[in-house]
Design a protein around this ligand. Structure first.
Ligand code: KG4
Ligand code: ZN
Length: 373
């Protein structure tokens, strides 16, 4: 991924694609050009608006997107020194996600496309996460993907743009959701992932032992709700013994939680690697982690070690491109537009639920929801 050497973006390779992301609690947009160049990139986080509620409030999220998206786009176009007419396509997340926010982004993108006569490209948020790594590195297909975000936890075989086979998924909570719930239980605030990671850095991961749901079981599916319950019991035990949950208790619980969650992911991945190799063959194949939880340094280290044990080449997007952002949507739009320059998705509406692998069997419990990526 390269940054433009000057503000004059007009010299850059085409296509040039605007991407808009409003599926959850980030109002984000970016302009990306062929040759993996991010011309401009803006993210407005709504964390402060939702923090007092301990999670994302859909109505507040939609209102904030409406208040901020047009100003953010003005600033973005100025950063890139481009007009809307100079774009080749306009992409937006059409799903999965919160319906109100999705409608704001999609209507805005369609209006820009209509007014300028450019095509509108519909992007699946999960596909944005899945392809982002190719904006940063030359990662060839096929690759094995661990997609870990606030709403999803999946292992996929990625054989091309638009071509995904789900090998495993969560049957209850997503990995990021487990981080967020653990943080909430321990009074660490929202969003939980970065708070738990920071606390874990000071903790002793050996003091407590947590259960490892699904580990050793057949298949490649995950379960994290038991882990969350175990965290709650640990915290209650600490309070029962010491009268209060100390700073050290919190740090030690976070360290144990993070270590256990990573061990669960590694166990399921070990099985998925065998399945992936059956279709993709032997050799040093690419292994990619993506989604908000991929910003966790401890997890990245564990996955890198797994890759080296299994003779896979490990890739992770830069930290800023792990959590939701506009560049991942612009890039996925650019990949789709490059494959089919006649594309125009004006007739596509928002899809709050939209699995990447439409052939995958639906899960019982929350795993099937996919309301958020
Ligand atoms: O992909 P993402 O930005 O948003 C959606 O879920 O749509 O992922 C957000 C999730 C949240 O659950 C957040 O707590 C988690 O990613 N996360 C992390 C870290 N940074 C963000 N989890 C663990 N460690 C982190 N450093
Ligand atoms: Zn996401």
């Amino acid at each position: 991924m390269t940054q433009p050497p000057s503000h004059n973006a007009k010299a850059f390779a085409r296509p040039i694609v605007l991407g808009i992301e409003t599926s959850c609690d980030e109002t984000a947009a970016a302009i990306v050009a062929a040759g993996k160049t991010v011309l401009a990139h803006r993210v407005l986080s709504q964390i402060d608006d939702h923090a007092e509620f301990g999670g994302v409030v859909p109505e507040i999220a939609a209102r904030q997107h409406i208040s901020h998206l047009d100003h953010l786009l003005d600033a973005l176009m100025k950063d890139a020194d481009l007009t809307f007419e100079e774009l080749d396509a306009v992409a937006a997340t059409t799903g999965p996600g919160l319906v109100g926010g999705l409608m704001v982004g999609v209507m805005t993108a369609k209006a820009i496309a209509k007014a300028t006569g450019k095509p509108f490209v519909s992007v699946n948020h999960l596909e944005g996460h899945a392809l982002t790594v190719r904006l940063a590195d030359d990662v060839p297909f096929p690759y094995l993907l661990l997609l870990v975000s606030g709403g999803h936890c999946q292992i996929l075989s990625v054989t091309g743009v638009g071509s995904y086979r789900r090998l495993g998924t969560t049957i209850d909570d997503a990995a990021g959701e487990a981080f967020d719930k653990t943080a909430k239980l321990l009074g660490l605030g929202y969003p939980g992932g970065p708070a738990v990671e920071a606390a874990a850095r000071e903790g002793d991961a050996e003091r407590f032992t947590l259960p490892k749901p699904m580990v050793g079981k057949p298949g490649c599916d995950f379960s994290f709700s038991g882990l969350k319950t175990a965290v709650r019991r640990l915290a209650e035990d600490c309070v029962a013994h010491e009268g209060v949950l100390t700073h050290k208790d919190r740090a030690d619980i976070c360290a144990a939680f993070q270590k256990t969650l990573a061990a669960c992911l590694v166990d399921r991945l070990t099985r998925a690697i065998a399945l992936f190799r059956e279709e993709a063959g032997s050799g040093e194949l690419p292994f990619v982690v993506a989604g908000g939880v991929a910003a966790n340094s401890y997890l990245r280290g564990e996955l890198e070690a797994l890759a080296s044990r299994e003779n896979l080449k490990f890739f992770a997007p830069p930290m800023a491109l792990c959590t939701d952002n506009g560049a991942m949507i612009a890039w996925a739009g650019l990949e789709r537009f490059t494959l089919d320059p006649t594309i125009n998705d004006m007739d596509i509406s928002v899809r709050p639920r939209w699995p990447l692998d439409g052939d995958a069997k639906p899960m019982v419990g929350k795993g099937k929801k996919g309301a958020k990526a």
